[in-house]
Design a protein around this ligand. Structure first.
Ligand code: ZN
Length: 287
């Protein structure tokens, strides 16, 4: 299934299932389904069988709704750095080598943004950049998750853009501020449930800027794969339904181009992953 959040005619967002080119409100099939997406994911085993009729149910044409971030208020957004060999290689000039340990940072939940919404170009930077990433959404929470169990803790997958403010990211050891500007955690267009995806590794992943192909890789090239990441994170924190994991970006970021190419207002970023769809966001000046 493809879980989305959408709003129709300016109404408040609600959960829906994307079926072909229609959206079926979850509440139309399961009136007592939790309104909050994290609660809905937590209750999924009870809800999912009742959603099986979605294909036959009446829906709203996709063209008539606005798709929102499928998880609007995750408790956590964690993101891993330097996790594709080609991205490590292009960063080598900065003294970067393949890490022995997973390099984690957080993006604040307040940075979440919808799949087709504007991305702010902050007033305080001239070094705005894109990063297409496979995003894993936690389903069953847990602590000290074993590697052989990790796949069963994933609710589903989405396309992400880990928008990055490079000068703020790199001027200290800590990346959190440079990764947490408002609107800079883009996810969507839907969460494709894990049962439809199976193994998420081995999928084409691409990012275009104004139609120019900038990043072009495969999720099979992750240094630490999704299961490794869940094991590592869950040693530290209790993972919860709806938690978001950005699993790393491949080579081709604007920072590494010669000369570097940073985003300007009006630029259009398109990120896509085979089987998960595409997200497209226009850069707009802050305020
Ligand atoms: Zn990233």
């Amino acid at each position: 299934m493809k879980l989305v959040r959408f709003s129709e005619g300016g109404a408040a967002g609600q959960a829906g299932l994307l079926v072909g080119d229609k959206v079926v409100p979850v509440a139309a099939l399961v009136p007592d389904a939790p309104a909050d997406t994290c609660d809905l994911i937590a209750a999924w085993d009870r809800i999912a069988p009742k959603l099986a009729r979605a294909a036959e149910a009446p829906g709203i044409p996709l063209a008539k709704v606005r798709l929102l971030a499928p998880v609007p208020r995750p408790e956590k957004i964690m993101a891993i750095g330097l996790n594709y060999a080609d991205h490590i290689a292009e960063s080598a000039g900065a003294g970067v080598v393949t890490p022995k340990d997973q390099v984690w940072f957080a993006k604040m939940p307040s940075s979440i943004n919808g799949p087709f919404d504007p991305v702010e170009h902050p007033k305080v930077t001239e070094k705005l950049d894109y990063e297409v990433e496979l995003v894993a959404v936690i389903g069953k929470g847990g602590r000290h998750i074993r590697r052989e169990d990790a796949a069963r803790h994933v609710f589903g997958y989405a396309v992400g853009n880990d928008v990055s403010v490079r000068d703020w990211q790199l001027r200290t050891h800590q990346w959190v501020l440079g990764k947490s500007f408002d609107t800079h955690a883009v996810i969507g267009p839907a969460i494709v449930t894990a049962d439809e995806i199976g193994d998420p590794h081995g999928r084409a992943i691409k990012c275009f800027v104004n139609g120019e192909l900038r990043q072009n890789s495969n999720t099979g090239h992750l240094v630490f794969n999704v299961w490794d990441q869940i094991v590592e994170l869950s040693q530290v924190m209790t993972l919860k339904p709806g938690d978001i994991i950005f699993t790393g970006t491949p080579g081709g970021v604007g920072l590494a181009m010669q000369p570097p190419q940073f985003l300007r207002p009006g630029d259009v970023m398109r990120c896509e992953i085979e089987g998960l769809g595409a997200i497209e966001n226009t850069v707009v000046a802050e305020g």
